[in-house]
Structures are given as C-alpha cells and as structure tokens.
Ligand binder design. Sequence first.
Ligand code: GLN
Length: 380
Amino acid sequence: LADRLNHFSDSVIRRMTRIANQYDAINLSQGFPDFDPPAELVTALKLAADNGPHQYEITWGSAEFRQLLAKKQQKLMNINIDPNENVLVTCGSTEAMMCAVMTVCNPKDKVIIFSPFYENYGADAILSDATPIYVPLIPPTFEFDKQQLRDAFAQGAKALILCNPSNPCGKVFNQQELDYISQLAIEFDAYVITDEVYEHLVYEPHRHLYLASFPGMQERTITCSSLSKTYSITGWRLGHIIADKKIIDGCKMIHDFLTVGAAAPLQKAACAGLAFDDEYYAQLTQTYSEKRRLFLEGLDQIGLSYYEPQGAYYVLVDISAFNPFETDFEFCEWLIKEVGVAAVPGSAFFKEPEYRYIRFHFAKKEQTLVAALARLSKLK
Ligand code: GLN
C-alpha cells in the first residue's frame, strides 16, 4: 500500500465515538448535537424527498444554495461575493479544506498549522504531498509567538491554515492577531485557508472577525465553512468555499473529480436554513452560551481546571492532577468504561507529545450535559 498511509492515523475523534458507542457512554468526544435541526429544514427535506431533486446538481452547488449563501455571507464578511464566481459548495468543510490545500499546494510546499489543531489539517497537507510546519498556540492562553510565526512564513510557506474559532481550544483570534497574520501573509505572498465552521458560536465579549475582510486579504484568503454546526446538520455533509474567482476556479476542478458534488436533495433542503434572518443566528449563539455556562459551571463544581473557550463548543480540561494514567488516551478509556463519559484525548490535537488535556464538547441537550456532569462528579 501507499507510503502516505504511514504518515497519519485514523481520526482519534471518530475512534472515540466508536468506543463510546461500544460502552454506551455519554458521548462528549466527537462534536455533534444530540438535538434536531430547525423544523424548517426537516420539513424542506421531506418536500425534497417527495419532489426532488434526486439527480446530480450542478457540480459547483445549486444556484439557489449559492445565491442564498452569497447573500448571507456577504453581509457578515463585508466583501462582495458573486454566487457564480466566488462560491463552491462541498461535502462538508472537510472536503472544502482538502480541496483548498490541493488547489494551492505543489508537492513539498510547506503549510503552516497552529498546534493544537483539528486533526484533519495534518492529513490534508500529507494527502496533498505538502509538508506541515507546526507553530504552537502556547497553553494556557493559546497565544502564538510572533517571531515563531514569522520564522515559519520565512521558511517559504505556501499557506497557513487558520481555524477560527479554534477547535479544540476555543480560541477566537482577535483583531491584532489577525492583523499580524495578514501582514505576514502579504509580506511572504502566502495564502490563508480558514476553517470558520464555528463562525456563529462566539461568546461575549469576543467577536468573530473574518480574515477575508482584512485589507489585502480577500485575494489570498480561502474561506472554508460548513452548515453542520450552524444548522445542527453534521450528517448532511454540506460545506463551502468562498474565495477569489481564480482560486475558486481551481477548487472547482479538484472538487469536480473528488466528489462530483454535494447531495442534491440536501442542498435543496438546506436552503430553508440559508434563508433565515439574523434572529436565528443570534438565538443560536444564545443557546450555545447557555450550554457553555452550564457545562463550565459543572466543571467548576467538580473542581476541574480548563481553558475557558471564547468560541466553538469544546473545552480542553487539564487532567494533569489525575495520576497514575500514563497517557490521556488511557485516561479517556478509563473515563468511558468507569465513569460513562467519552472525551477526546488532547494529544490527538497537538504536534508535540502533550498528555495534559482531554477535550469535551457541549453541543448537547441540557439534560445530556446534566447527566454527563453527574457522572463526572466521580472525579471530585
Ligand atoms: N469537528 C468535530 C470534532 O472535532 C467533528 C469532526 C468530524 O468527525 N468531522 O469533533
């Protein structure tokens, strides 16, 4: 078999879900909701089942989807988005990111990845025959060292991958940080591929800023995002890329041969969500703020220490006080079997060996979070 298989493993996140299911644990590992999407989407899906479409959509995504998406994102991102020239609909942000890296990288090109990072990015680089350069986000505050980032760009990086808000740590990059990233990208003529799937999950007083709207960045930012988190439809596998026409034309070529296109009836049904007004997104943020408050207060009561997430729906909990576990993976196995709650070992997200953290997510019904916290109180 191919050598590239030796350079990454299966996803630890998704492996934890399989183990959680095996032991019937409450699954706070792989991040997905245990509640239904908005009723409008479900109704629209039923209509699509009856009335279609059931055949291939246009490879770039249905015209209706691209128009609604361009309208929504244009307002948020404060840039012009032409649905025909600047938008590509993909099978989740997972395909969007893979497609973006393959579109800009030649074999041996270097791609900067902040560590901790969502595990797909390493695989995205390797599958594109590119070489990742990791720059640490330094615990406990997860800030980056400016000089380290500059040095990484100076090695001739072709692109930086930026997950904002960040999975797994919940960092939201602020104006100064994004200004600095922009300056470096422009100075070293590099692309920035963003993963902004948690764009609507940002907690007060933090704000989500779109890198593509920074001066000089529109033509070099490849904005990837998804409908999974925004409309609670992780299983529909709908994502998108927004970028300059030249870049999108490249992405379209890759996407054409990777997947032909995202599922037609699901694109149709998702349009019901893309048509929502601002109130929906404000309510979504509010709902997740409540879940975050409930979960963090629960962790406080148990006495667990963590980095307070500014965005997304994850929390990295420090388990260094819990001996005698050799690794975070052993701790997570014990947690599933003996406590009945699944988390992801933090080492899955770090480049350097780091066994100090486990990651929980809180995209669950209140009752699920309460039940999980009750079980976790064993850790007191
Ligand atoms: N992004 C989610 C997580 O980190 C789900 C990942 C996935 O399996 N696609 O848990």
